[in-house]
Ligand binder design. Structure first.
Ligand SMILES: [Ca+2]
Length: 330
């Protein structure tokens, strides 16, 4: 009896030595997290004990790792992608958002030169006008992806660093904020580095709060586009026609406009409307409900892709902006 108890105790103490660290302490034991702590203490003067108690409260979430590993929307064709973002309800809610924030949108348009319909459409595509801003704690998202997702760990631990700086600058509690599984926050889903670079205090209360404050969110989206060189009054995209022997390689040339409108015409892709032949443009082939569609994306279309590097994303924003504007004007 005594011997078996002793043996049991020995097994138990051995188990305690080799057992993985308990979940609540995981990020204190994690090598990347330790390096992270050293870095932010040395470079930004954060208190070591404060960073450690924060990371001790960060939770590794399997659901976050599952979400980021899922096949992305890029496997969809335009006809499937479009249905996700453009429906009657999202157009109607866009009109409602526009009416509610009309004064703020007018002020943002005047100050930043970005039209209201584009600001509304971005917020509509990102979060359905603030209805779905994400329920993951940003701290958990960025710690999980920063320390437990080697493929993009460097990017996300850098975002966690930005997050600590951002919450310190704005006087926000890093334990409180919620967002997407990838740490994007607020009406326009800014990651922490974008928050620090582009969020503005548009109602003048001293805090740039794009999570609870739609006025700040509107100003911040407009500022983002302004800083990414939106050109006021210029077109975004136009449908195009192709000749039988057009150069198909133009559709594989990437997001950045590589040719002028005239050069694309020479390659057999021509806009239906008359355009400045010297304007820069990219050519797109999208598979819609009625088959292949051809488009020219102009400079401002490229600017929308700076928000999310996808031509289908930019097309969804553009088309939603048009539909909401039409309905708003009725
Ligand atoms: Ca504010």
């Amino acid at each position: 009896m005594l011997n078996s108890l002793k043996a049991f105790a020995a097994v138990l103490s051995l188990a305690m030595l080799v057992a993985p660290a308990p979940v609540w302490a995981s990020y204190l034991e994690n090598e990347s997290a330790r390096k992270f702590t050293d870095k932010v203490v040395a470079e930004h003067g954060f208190d070591r004990a404060w960073v450690e108690q924060l990371l001790a409260q960060a939770e590794r979430k399997q659901s976050i790792l599952d979400a980021i590993s899922r096949p992305a929307e890029r496997t969809l064709e335009w006809k499937g992608y479009r249905k996700i973002f453009i429906q009657e309800s999202r157009i109607e809610q866009g009109v409602e958002f526009w009416r509610t924030h009309r004064k703020t949108l007018e002020r943002a348009e005047k100050q930043y030169g970005v039209p209201a319909n584009i600001i509304v459409a971005i917020i509509g595509v990102e979060t359905r006008y603030g209805r779905h801003m994400g329920s993951y704690r940003v701290l958990d998202s960025l710690a999980t992806l920063g320390f437990d997702y080697p493929k993009r760990g460097k990017f996300f631990s850098r975002q966690l660093e930005e997050y600590l700086l951002m919450t310190r600058e704005q006087g926000l509690d890093p334990l409180e904020l919620t967002g997407s599984y990838a740490g994007a926050m607020g009406f326009g889903q800014f990651i922490p580095s974008s928050y620090r670079s582009f969020a503005v205090d548009f109602d003048g209360d001293g805090v740039a709060d794009i999570i609870n404050n739609p006025v700040d969110a509107i100003g911040s989206v407009a500022n983002y586009f302004n800083k990414h060189k939106w050109r006021t009054g210029e077109l975004v995209a136009l449908t195009a026609a192709v000749t039988d022997n057009h150069d198909k390689s133009v559709f594989e040339a990437g997001l950045k406009p590589k040719w002028t409108v005239s050069e694309l015409a020479g390659k057999g892709v021509t806009a239906y409307s008359k355009l400045d032949g010297n304007a820069d443009a990219s050519a797109m082939l999208l598979v819609g409900d009625e088959g292949e569609e051809y488009w020219l994306g102009l400079h401002n279309f490229y600017v929308i892709t700076r928000y999310n590097h996808s031509s289908m994303y930019a097309m969804a924003v553009y088309q939603l902006s048009q539909l909401v504007e039409q309905r708003f004007g009725q």
